[in-house]
Design a protein around this ligand. Structure first.
Ligand SMILES: [Zn+2]
Ligand SMILES: [Zn+2]
Length: 387
């Protein structure tokens, strides 16, 4: 059974802008039709855009590893992992490669003159349980070619790998599409041999996987698991994007990536939806949606707010305050890299008005959407202190 948390347990992201202190549009990202995936940094952390699950001809993928690097460059990715299947090798007679590190080595050479970090990985491809798991930050992929699945996980741990459970809701291995732990998964978790879980894989999202991540303190991941071409699989020319894991890292390096993954500092971005722990999604929303101007329309008590969206997400907002809006019904959209003007009717002018919105395309637990609040402060309405 999966427990669904109460919708009442919502945290509120509060953003404040004093009237006139921030000019509308200051520092706003220009409107862009670029395919680069862009989200703002969060606090002292850099937001690194990563795809930790990709295939090449060195297992059942259709492209040479350098193409994965070129796709990553076009999408503005900071890091990719080459994670060919260890035990499933349909091209082996055409492309023999006794050294299972070849895909990584070729991708690394292709990335030498780019900013893309390439991680050495493998997909441990077993029947359920345990199903498929990716090990990344490996030292030698060949070491995982062992009979016993537990031995493969223990070898990954010995090499210092970060291991995550792939597509736990994949209907070929889980016909009801419901991710659930088996005794073998319990053992792997208890031995600390799995640290993360894909809540999003290719085109499939799993609320149950998200709940498992929250219940068992696993890193929340979302990846493309691409076999063909990113452009075709995700309709990139038509404005689509691949699923990615956003990692909040101290710097852009392999060591910082690993530290952040082990510390669970991630969110997932897929089909215009953000998923993550409230701890990291709330500050990401606050950095993405900022109140950049507020004023009362002349001779009225109608408050004009300008919200600037500094991210790739087209945010769908639902008014969660007691005030009515003047231009919109209760649901409105803050388009990526654009400004949204909102008129609010507090009925009486007040020096401070807080307007809150539920972010419907952000998810912090199954069925739970975070709320972002904007506090408009109008200092000249504050009564001067008598003295
Ligand atoms: Zn798989
Ligand atoms: Zn895969």
């Amino acid at each position: 059974m999966i427990a669904i948390p109460s919708r009442g347990l919502q945290r509120i992201v509060l953003y404040t802008a004093a009237l006139g202190l921030v000019a509308a549009g200051a520092g706003a990202h220009p409107a862009t039709d670029s395919r680069r995936i862009e989200f703002p940094n969060v606090g002292n952390y850099q937001t690194l855009v990563c795809d930790f699950h990709q295939h090449t001809v060195f297992s059942d993928g259709s492209v040479w590893p350098n193409i994965r690097v070129q796709e990553a460059e076009r999408d503005g990715l900071d890091a990719i992992a080459v994670t060919d299947h260890l035990e499933y090798q349909p091209h082996a007679s055409d492309i023999p490669h006794p050294d299972r590190n070849r895909g990584f080595v070729i991708a690394t050479e292709a990335a030498a003159k780019t900013k893309v970090l390439v991680l050495r990985g493998a997909e441990v491809t077993r029947a359920m349980p345990p199903g498929h798991c990716n090990a990344i930050f490996l030292q030698d992929v060949n070491g995982l070619l062992v009979e016993d699945p537990l031995a493969a996980f223990r070898e990954a741990a010995r090499q210092g790998a970060f291991v995550f459970w792939n597509h736990p809701s994949w209907i070929k291995q889980t016909p009801d599409g419901v991710a659930r732990l088996t005794p073998l998964h319990e053992q792997l978790l208890n031995e600390g041999l799995i640290q993360g879980i894909e809540v999003m894989n290719e085109h499939e999202f799993s609320d149950e996987s998200l709940q498992l991540a929250l219940d068992r303190n696993l890193t929340i991941m979302g990846n493309s698991d691409i076999h063909g071409l990113i452009d075709w699989a995700h309709d990139v020319p038509a404005g689509g994007h691949r699923p990615v894991t956003l990692v909040f890292a101290q710097e852009r390096s392999e060591a910082a990536l690993k530290e952040a993954l082990l510390a669970r500092r991630t969110a997932v971005w897929f089909t215009n939806t953000l998923v993550g722990r409230a701890e990291w999604l709330d500050p990401l929303l606050a950095a993405s949606l900022q109140l950049t101007s507020s004023r009362y329309l002349p001779d009225t008590s109608v408050l004009e707010l300008v919200i600037t969206n500094r991210s790739d997400a087209d945010f769908i907002l639902r008014n969660a305050s007691s005030y009515r809006l003047h231009l919109h019904a209760d649901v409105l959209e803050a388009k990526a890299h654009q400004q949204l003007k909102i008129l609010v009717k507090p009925i009486q002018r007040s020096p401070r008005v807080v307007v809150a919105f539920e972010v419907l395309n952000a998810v912090t637990a199954p069925g739970v959407h975070p709320t972002i609040a904007f506090a408009a402060e109008v200092p000249e309405l504050t009564t001067p202190a008598a003295n």
